[in-house]
Design a protein around this ligand. Structure first.
Ligand SMILES: NC(=O)c1ccc[n+]([C@@H]2O[C@H](COP(=O)([O-])OP(=O)(O)OC[C@H]3O[C@@H](n4cnc5c(N)ncnc54)[C@H](OP(=O)(O)O)[C@@H]3O)[C@@H](O)[C@H]2O)c1
Length: 165
C-alpha cells in the first residue's frame, strides 16, 4: 500500500488526538496541526507512544489567524505535494465573546472560516491524491445554527449557543 498522509487539526487533545492515534495505528502518516507548541509536543509523544508509530509529525498553526494558516500551508507544501486526508477537527466554544487575530468572532472564525481557508489552500494537494478526503467534524448544534448576514460576528448581542450553532 502506498503511504497515505493525513492532517488532523486541533490534534493535541480530545477527539483530535484520538483520531491521530487511530490513523497512525492503521499505518497512515499523520501531521498534527496544533496552535500551541508545548501542548503539541506533549501530545505528539502520547500519540507516538500509544500508536507505536514514527510516522507522526507536529506542525504549528493557529486557525484563528489568517497569517498563521497561510504559513502552515506554505510549510506543508515545501515538504509534500499530496494530501490524502484532511480532518478539520479543531473547535472552540467560548462563553464570552472573543475575536480571532483578524477580528472575526472566535467560534465562527476558528471553527468555520479558519478551516475554510485551510481547506482551500490545500485543495491542489488533496486533488493530487487518488482518493483525497476532507472530513469536517461538526456538532449536533448545527441544527439550530443560522448565519445572520447582517451581524455575522455578533457585535450587537452575543450568545454562546447561537454562536456555536
Ligand atoms: N466534545 C463534544 O461533546 C463535542 C460535541 C460535538 C462536536 N464537537 C466538536 O468536535 C471537535 C473536537 O472537540 P473535542 O471535544 O475533542 O474538543 P477539545 O478537546 O477541546 O479539542 C479541541 C482542539 O481544537 C484546538 N483548537 C482550538 N482553537 C484552535 C485554533 N485557533 N487553532 C488550532 N487549534 C485550535 C484545541 O487546541 P488547544 O488545546 O490549544 O486549545 C484542541 O486541541 C470540535 O470541532 C468540537 O466542536 C465536540
Amino acid at each position: 500500500m502506498e503511504d497515505k498522509l493525513a492532517i488532523v487539526t486541533g490534534a493535541n487533545s480530545g477527539m483530535g488526538l484520538a483520531t491521530v492515534i487511530a490513523l497512525a495505528k492503521k499505518g497512515i502518516n499523520v501531521i498534527m496541526l496544533c496552535r500551541n507548541e508545548e501542548r503539541g509536543v506533549k501530545a505528539l509523544q502520547i500519540a507516538k507512544d500509544e500508536s507505536q508509530s514514527d510516522g507522526i509529525e507536529l506542525m504549528i498553526g493557529d486557525l484563528g489567524s489568517i497569517d498563521s494558516i497561510h504559513r502552515f500551508a506554505e510549510a506543508f507544501k515545501t515538504k509534500h505535494n499530496k494530501l490524502d486526508i484532511l480532518i478539520n477537527n479543531a473547535g472552540v466554544v467560548s462563553l464570552k465573546r472573543q475575536e480571532t487575530k483578524d477580528g472575526f468572532e472566535s467560534m465562527l472564525g476558528v471553527n468555520h472560516l479558519g478551516h475554510f481557508l485551510l481547506t482551500n489552500l490545500l485543495l491542489d494537494e488533496l486533488k493530487a491524491s487518488p482518493q483525497g478526503r476532507i472530513v469536517v467534524v461538526s456538532s449536533g448544534a448545527h441544527k439550530w445554527g443560522k448565519i445572520d448576514f447582517e451581524d455575522p460576528y455578533f457585535k450587537s448581542g452575543y450568545n454562546v449557543a447561537k454562536g456555536y450553532g
